[in-house]
Write a protein that binds this ligand. Structure first.
Ligand SMILES: [Zn+2]
Length: 416
């Protein structure tokens, strides 16, 4: 199983200098090759592959002697990564590759030959950089990516294969549905609500203050540089706080449950609403779902997404009666049919859980069989979707016929 550990590096002044040089060479090569690819396409109508541009490195080294100061495999990796970037673009996973800037985050990648010991990282041509290795790294080290952020902190992301097989997925156990929202970051089907806005609001004020101070500094002055670093520090603090919260919450949810169901949110579409765009960008739903997914997969647990058009909020989870409209400001409502009083978000989370379990039963009709394609969304899985018309007063058949995780379902239901 492949794993990544990100460790902090503390290079000395000389090593910082060599790293800066390596960052520069790789960035220059990326931009040179990207430009070359663009030009070739314009002139001949044909693109160049990553392997093709890799072959011109020796020639470039003769022309630009300073390129030889950087480890050759880092340079080769730049070309290969550029090829991957183009592939991602052609397969519609990413935008067109962009030129790299000398401002902002910098990085280089070592495909092999990095030594990891207890308290340092040995890099070819740069030497042993002291590091804090806070996790055991056992197995074959694959690639090591060295990066530097805006506030001059250095990190190494170490990818390694620990030689163990991925655990098989099993959906037997407790299931949970999670409704992600803006009023509360996450509401689970067992009725817990999680929030992180308070910590972030505190830093928000600080950020505003530091940004005002920056705006008053004269352009090009050294005080402006100092002030800009202060703004970067606050941004970093906010990012760290958010990531810490997301990591802890996702770890807790994965530890306590076997099946995790979330809504497949259309974040890009929601960002079009300018009033909500900032809030949506800040909460980090996407990052949270990614964390849930990989943490679940590592432990053989099931991560399931539910189609975003599934009416999770508007359906009563007791009788499955669906109301026509439920404005966003209505936090509590009572079902007209069975007169159950609902908390809007908890009700939605329970519906998500039930729907997720239903999708899983469709995917693996036999109990005990690992669900096929679990982790992918149920979107477009037309054969799986039931008629949305639900008979009044009765539970939808597909939900009562649950076999996977039924005990969990009943168990958590009884505790409500
Ligand atoms: Zn009802």
């Amino acid at each position: 199983m492949l794993k990544v550990v990100k460790v902090r590096l503390y290079p000395d002044a000389h090593q910082q200098q060599s790293l800066a040089q390596a960052f520069g060479c790789c960035r220059w090569l990326w931009n040179y090759c990207l430009n070359l690819m663009n030009q070739t396409y314009k002139e001949t109508g044909k693109g160049l592959s990553g392997y093709a541009v890799k072959k011109i490195i020796p020639q470039l080294k003769k022309e630009y002697e300073w390129l030889t100061s950087t480890y050759s495999q880092c340079l080769q990796q730049v070309c290969l990564n550029l090829g991957v970037a183009f592939n991602n673009f052609f397969e519609k996973r990413a935008k067109y590759p962009r030129f790299k800037s000398k401002h902002g985050k910098q990085s280089i990648q070592y495909p092999q030959n990095v030594k990891v010991t207890d308290n340092y990282l040995g890099l070819p041509k740069i030497g042993d950089i002291s590091a804090i290795i806070h996790r055991t790294i056992e197995g074959k080290i694959k690639t090591v990516t060295i990066s530097k952020n805006c506030s001059n902190q250095y990190f190494a992301a170490i990818l390694f294969d620990n030689g163990q097989e991925k655990p098989e997925l099993s959906a037997d156990g407790k299931a949970i549905g999670i409704d992600l929202g803006l009023t509360h970051f996450a509401v689970t089907s067992d009725g817990s609500k999680f929030d992180n806005s308070r910590i972030l609001n505190k830093h928000e004020k600080n950020l505003k203050l530091k940004q005002q101070q920056l705006s008053r500094k004269q352009k090009g002055s050294s005080n402006r540089v100092k002030s800009r670093n202060k703004v970067a520090r606050v941004h970093r603090k906010i990012t760290n706080c958010r990531e810490d919260f997301l990591h802890k919450l996702s770890r807790r949810i994965v530890n306590e449950n076997q099946v995790i169901v979330v809504e497949n949110l259309n974040v890009k579409g929601m960002m079009q609403n300018h009033k909500l765009a900032k809030a949506i960008q800040q909460v980090g739903w996407g990052m949270f779902c990614t964390m849930l997914k990989y943490k679940a997969e590592m432990e053989g647990k099931v991560y399931q997404e539910v189609d975003r058009f599934f009416p999770s909020s508007k359906t009563c989870h007791v009788c499955l009666n669906q109301v026509d409209s439920l404005p966003l400001d209505v936090r509590f409502w009572a079902c007209e049919n069975c007169h159950t009083k609902h908390d809007r978000d908890v009700n939605a989370a329970i519906n998500l859980r039930d729907e997720g379990l239903r999708i899983l039963t469709c995917q693996s009709p036999q109990r005990g069989e690992p669900p096929q394609g679990a982790g992918s969304s149920g979107t477009g899985d037309k054969a799986c979707r039931p008629d949305v018309s639900r008979s009044k007063g009765g539970r939808k058949k597909s939900t009562t016929a649950l076999s996977v995780g039924q005990e969990a379902y009943c168990g958590s239901f009884a505790s409500l």
